[in-house]
Design a protein around this ligand. Sequence first.
Ligand code: IVH
Length: 700
Amino acid sequence: MPSMNDAAPLTPAGYADAVAAAVRAAAAYYTDGATPLGDDEYDALLRAVAAYEREHPDEVLPDSPTGKVAGGAVGGDVPHSVPMLSLDNVFSAEELVDWAAGLERRLGRPVAAWCVEPKLDGLAVAARYRAGRLHRLVTRGDGLAGEDISHAADAVLGLPAVLAEPVDVELRGEVLLTREQFEHANEVRTAHGAVPFANPRNGAAGTLRAKDRPYRVELTFFGYGAVGLGEDLAHSALLERLAALGANTAAATAAAPLRCAGLEEAQQRIEEIAALRSGLPFGIDGVVVKADSPQDREDAGSGSRAPRWAVARKLAAEHKVTRLLDVEWNVGRTGIIAPRAVLEPVVIDGVTVTYATLHNPADITRRGLMIGDRVFVYRAGDVIPRVEAPLVEERTGDERPVVFPEVCPRCGDAIDREEQRWRCVRGRNCQVVASIGYAAGRDQLDIEGLGGTRAVQLVEAGLVADLADLFSLTREQLLGLERMGDTSTDNLLAAIETARSRPLNRVFCALGVRGTGRTMSRRMAAHFGSMAAIRAADAETLAAVDGIGPEKARVIVAELAELAPLLDRLAARGVGTAVTAPQAPVAAAPVAAAPVAAAGGGEEEGGEEEGTSAGGPLTGEAVVVTGSMTGELAALSRNEMNELVERAGGKASSSVSKRTTLLVAGEKAGSKRAKAEELGIRILSPDEFAVLVAGHLPRG
Ligand code: IVH
């Protein structure tokens, strides 16, 4: 849990600024909930202000928010008979121990028992009942007087119009939007053309205050106190009494208040509630620890702002404000086109969040999001972080609209917009087209004439459902397709025929196994020598290949198991069946394992190569190729150049280092050439290199 204690002390000018900022933030927080600061930042600011005031008691500004309920931000015209207090905060187990020790010193005895309950993230209200009938609902306001919000009472669930007994009593508790109520509220609001609430707390504040809305938003009350009732009861017993009267309490939830004999037990319950947090149907921003016995409460008494018998152990905020930098569109395995928010990194509850889900395009429109917006991001437990809403009032005018894709970002075909979740019209086949296109690429099977549109055509005609199908296409089938004459058919068939005997590294690369690009495919081919050996390898055996760590090895094993039927069919068609003698592993400098990347991206891991053919002219050489090739090598792609290096016995690498022994520098070779010169590495032109490896050049 990150501590927020460690900020540098304020200067006098910094103190004045901090007070002004806190007053502004409190005013927004307690009125419409449009917080310019996140909860953690607000708490940290208040702590800095309080620390300054402890050091400089003569300089305390009159409008300082410390010592005031609601930071002194709001008031009202309905006086409270007994002040509605706030709570002091602690931020760690240690601080709680100190706080409890202070209380016990004051009492001169141990606290008899504690009651530990969730700190509900809503707004405190007082519900006044006369003879068991609800007659007034009032906000906390400044703690001394609040606002009359009786108009909202009938939308608050858990706050009965009539209690089970005809008592005169004031129930106190929190009104909030449960997660479900929040979702529903935003649907209803946006259906009425209103902007969605940024978060549940904000929504509860807005809803309680609103009058004459054309739609109804329900809220929920959780009782945790009373005036005129239970002053002589243990707090845990009071909660039971509230429930018996018909009020809602947290008792029925997983985070139910619990009486704890000692502080250790209380700490345990705090941890339990904290762990339950993300699964609760409502938001909590902490756990409240209260002395349970009426005697302890009475003897401890209260200060002007908070009781001395209770404290809030705050939990890190789940909502944070950051900037929306971009929206990316990704196509899933089923063809769903999903937007994803790219965020300015923000730490939420100890985890750095850079991406967040945006559900679907309608959701973006509903939330009125723009690129460049400051947005609320929510993350709880293990759930995927999500963007909740923009802070519209903070717009600068530089924000840009989110651009929605016109066509499928993966295959370029049309988008089916019938449902809320957009989908490529090809559905699952969208992936097939992309993977065939990738497999046919120059660095894989290099099948000329099988570009995107041809792959689309083959898939659409039902002739090709996977890579293996390519190798059983017939002349008649191809001639039956539009724009396929004799010549193109023959050319395509010839190109496919050539592809059938491509070397193992290229066939393996064509599979698009996650975590393996061209380099890794070459290493694996050199290491294992045959597809059968690769398929037979377990994770441990795979991890013997340079650059494959245990995690990547597991991914590769799983992917190969998934691909087994395809591999069988490819083998039956004579694809990838060539066997070469596996290389004895050449001791190479360790390479950082490349991250597991998505298949089909043509990704290439950097670093040193391994698995070379011994005895060639480049034996013992570590070679880097840079710039554009000319002369005899002009037609070779970078991958083909690397293959050539390896055929000639060298190790290919993508970056120049002290270990590099030879640089092939083509035209426009830039920084790599400069670095090689600096390190005194031998440099050859493409022509000179071609002479050196003449016996290994590709035919044709
Ligand atoms: S007891 C005199 N119990 O937290 C007792 N407050 O940050 C004061 N809150 O003003 C309140 N859950 O709005 C109490 N279980 C709980 C609570 C709770 C949420 C709110 C309440 C209070 C604020 C202080």
